[in-house]
Design a protein around this ligand. Structure first.
Ligand code: NAG
Ligand code: NAG
Ligand code: NAG
Length: 266
């Protein structure tokens, strides 16, 4: 439990700052909810009623006084995924991005007052992931925006007891790395598991992060093999040497960053 919490802490921290970025903290629009109702309504009307939108969330009765704090990050993520579904010049995309900005402003206010990632990890076992119909999804969003101005930004809550035993950390095995890695590229596969959604997010991030040391290791081994060959054969075929040099930096660091960025795509 302790161990998994610290992983989650690191990951959520990482995600909070890397995935969504820190959006201009000085804007005050986060507390203006009149406009947001209009935008929410417009977007809701543009999405088919039977469309299902994935969301990792905490119900209001579990989140209590920290309900908005606990949901704001995953709502951003969910809307971000949703915005990818729209074309680049679609007005839906613009509205979605605007709503995300409101949420980001809200989140930044919270982050300035509480340790949000720690709070999220404390409530980890109470999150679930659902694919909600448009109406339910937007009702939830609207309720959250209504509740936001009333939530004490500096209050930290104690989580209620976990309903089930959390998933153990033994899953992080190297053998399962490729399986988990492949799952990442199939965005609609994982909604089947509703338990421990944060674990899934964290797991995937961790696996992406594992690629960095793995690449380093491969690089090191290649380098060792090469220097050993150089000792054995001080005059290597220059053509071979060249070929080797060009194959080494196959996977640029940018790649793993992209992986991390895609990690939260539900
Ligand atoms: C949409 O924008 C993204 C990045 O801005 C770009 O990579 C993508 O090719 C664009 N798609 C279309 C259909 O224009
Ligand atoms: C908000 O929460 C903090 C910490 O629990 C508390 O000290 C403060 O009085 C609360 N503010 C309001 C307006 O309730
Ligand atoms: C890999 O994952 C499966 C279930 O996802 C599990 O049954 C299996 O034990 C795992 N392998 C290792 C080596 O942990």
């Amino acid at each position: 439990m302790k161990k998994s919490n610290s992983w989650i802490h690191v990951c959520v921290h990482f995600l909070l700052f890397m995935t969504l970025g820190v959006h201009s903290a000085t804007l005050d629009v986060g507390r203006v909810t009149n406009d947001i109702d209009k935008h929410l309504l417009a977007l809701r009307e543009n999405i088919p009623e039977d469309y299902r939108i994935p969301l990792t969330y905490i119900p209001r009765e579990k989140g209590e006084m920290c309900w908005v704090k606990l949901n704001v990050f995953f709502l951003e993520k969910s809307l971000d995924d949703l915005s990818q579904k729209f074309g680049n010049i679609s007005s839906n995309k613009d509205i979605t991005k605007l709503i995300i900005m409101y949420l980001q402003d809200e989140r930044i206010i919270f982050q300035q007052n509480v340790n949000l990632e720690l709070l999220i990890s404390d409530f980890e076992c109470h999150y679930s992931t659902e694919r909600w119909e448009t109406g339910t999804y937007f009702d939830f969003l609207q309720e959250l925006f209504r509740a936001a101005p009333n939530e004490n930004v500096s209050e930290e809550c104690d989580p209620p007891p976990c309903p089930t035993i959390p998933v153990s950390t033994e899953e992080y095995s190297a053998e399962n790395l490729t399986i988990k890695g492949e799952e990442r590229s199939k965005p609609h596969q994982k909604e089947v598991h509703t338990a421990n959604p944060i674990h899934e997010v964290v797991e995937k991030s961790l696996f992406s992060l594992l690629f960095i040391p793995l690449l380093a290791l491969i690089f090191l081994l290649a380098w060792k093999a090469r220097s050993r060959r150089n000792v054995d054969d001080p005059l290597p075929n220059p053509g071979e040497e060249d070929r080797f040099a060009t194959t080494e930096p196959r996977a640029p660091p940018l790649d793993s960053e992209t992986n991390v960025l895609n990690v939260c795509a539900v």
